[in-house]
Write a protein that binds this ligand. Structure first.
Ligand code: NDP
Length: 288
C-alpha cells in the first residue's frame, strides 16, 4: 500500500515558513510583500480560487488586492490596469486569473505583466528562461506554481529524481510542459505523453515518477503504474455526483504505487503555497 502524500501538510509547512519570513522582512527591512489578483468576469471557480489565494496571503501577512472587472472589459482597459500594477510599489506579484473570458487574449495580456512581478511564471521571458535552464540553479526567478508544487511533493517523499524515468501526461503550458522542464532541470529522463500518444499504458509503466495532468477522470489505472512509483495526480475533475476525483484511479493505484497524492488534498494546496513563495521571493528581489 502506497504512502499517501499529504499535500495539505507540505503546503502548510511552506506557508508557516513564509509567514516567519514575511514577519522578518517587515521587521528588518520595512517591506510587506504584496500580491494583486485580477479577475475578469463571473467564473464561479475562478472567484473561489482568487478568494482562496487572498485568504492565504492574509494568513501569511502578505498584502493582497483583489481587482474584479466585468466580463465585457475591453482588452485595452485590462492592459492599462496591468501597466498600473507594474508601476505600483506595494505590489510585488501580479496574478491574472485564467481563463479570461473571450474575446480577451490571454497571451497578449500575460505579455504585459512585468516579468519581475510575474509570480505565476507565465510571461514568455520566464517561460523562455525555464526552457533554457539546464540545471536547477539556472531557473528563472518564477516558475509556474502547480508544477513547482509537484516537484516539492516528489521531494517530500525523499525520492531521488536525478537519472530516473519520469513521465508527464499532459503538455499544457500551465502544467505539463513546465513540469517536464523542471524534472529535466532535476536531471530526470523525461517523457511527455499527450492525447495522440500511442501505448500510453506501456509508457506510464516505465515511470519511476509519474505526473498526470490530463484533466480526464481516472485516466490512469493501476495497471499503468510501475510498482513502487511516485504518482503525482494534478487532475481535478468534478463528477456528476459532485465528487472531485483526479486523473488517476486513486483507490486501485494506491495498491501499486510507492507513494501517491490524493485529490483533493494533494497538488491543489501546493499551487497556492508556491504562489505565496514566489510573491515573497519577488518582494525580496525588489529590495535587492
Ligand atoms: P489542459 O486541458 O490544458 O491539458 C490537458 C493535457 O492532457 C493536454 O496536453 C492533452 O493532450 C492531454 N490529454 C488529454 N486527454 C488525454 C489522454 N486521454 N491521454 C493522454 N493525454 C491526454 O489541462 P491543464 O494542463 O490546464 O490541466 C490538467 C488538469 O490539471 C485539469 O484537471 C486541471 O483542472 C488540473 N489543474 C489542477 C491544478 C491544481 O492546482 N491542482 C492547477 C492547474 C490544473 P493534447 O495536448 O494532445 O490535447
Amino acid at each position: 500500500m502506497a504512502m499517501i502524500i499529504d499535500g495539505k501538510a507540505v503546503a502548510q509547512r511552506i506557508r508557516d515558513g513564509l509567514k516567519a519570513e514575511v514577519a522578518k522582512l517587515q521587521k528588518e527591512r520595512g517591506i510587506t510583500p504584496g500580491l494583486a489578483a485580477v479577475l475578469v468576469g463571473e467564473n464561479p471557480a475562478s472567484k473561489v480560487y482568487v478568494n482562496m489565494k487572498a485568504k492565504a496571503c492574509e494568513e501569511a501577512g502578505i498584502y493582497s488586492e483583489k481587482i474584479y472587472l466585468p466580463a465585457d472589459t475591453p482588452q485595452e482597459r485590462l492592459v492599462n490596469l496591468v501597466h498600473e500594477l507594474n508601476q505600483n510599489k506595494k505590489i510585488h506579484g501580479i496574478l491574472i486569473q485564467l481563463p479570461l473570458p473571450p474575446p480577451l487574449d490571454e497571451h497578449t495580456v500575460l505579455q504585459e505583466v512585468d516579468p519581475d512581478k510575474d509570480v505565476d511564471g507565465f510571461h514568455p521571458v520566464n517561460l523562455g528562461k525555464l526552457l533554457s535552464a539546464k540545471f536547477w540553479n539556472e531557473l528563472p526567478p518564477f516558475v509556474p506554481c502547480t508544477p513547482a508544487g509537484c516537484i516539492k511533493l516528489i521531494e517530500s517523499t525523499g525520492t531521488e529524481i536525478e537519472g530516473v524515468n519520469a513521465v508527464v501526461v499532459g503538455r499544457s503550458v500551465i502544467v505539463g510542459k513546465p513540469a517536464a522542464m523542471l524534472l529535466l532541470a532535476k536531471q530526470a529522463t523525461v517523457t511527455v505523453a499527450h492525447s495522440r500518444t500511442k501505448n500510453l499504458k506501456e509508457i506510464c509503466r516505465q515511470a519511476d515518477i509519474l505526473v498526470v495532468a490530463a484533466g480526464k477522470a481516472r485516466l490512469v489505472t493501476a495497471g499503468m503504474i510501475k510498482p513502487g512509483a511516485v504518482v503525482i495526480d494534478v487532475g481535478v475533475n468534478r463528477m456528476s455526483d459532485g465528487k472531485l476525483v483526479g486523473d488517476v484511479d486513486f483507490e486501485a493505484a494506491k495498491e501499486v504505487a510507492g507513494s501517491i497524492t490524493p485529490v483533493p488534498g494533494g497538488v491543489g494546496p501546493m499551487t497556492i503555497a508556491m504562489l505565496l513563495s514566489n510573491t515573497v521571493a519577488s518582494a525580496k528581489r525588489s529590495a535587492g
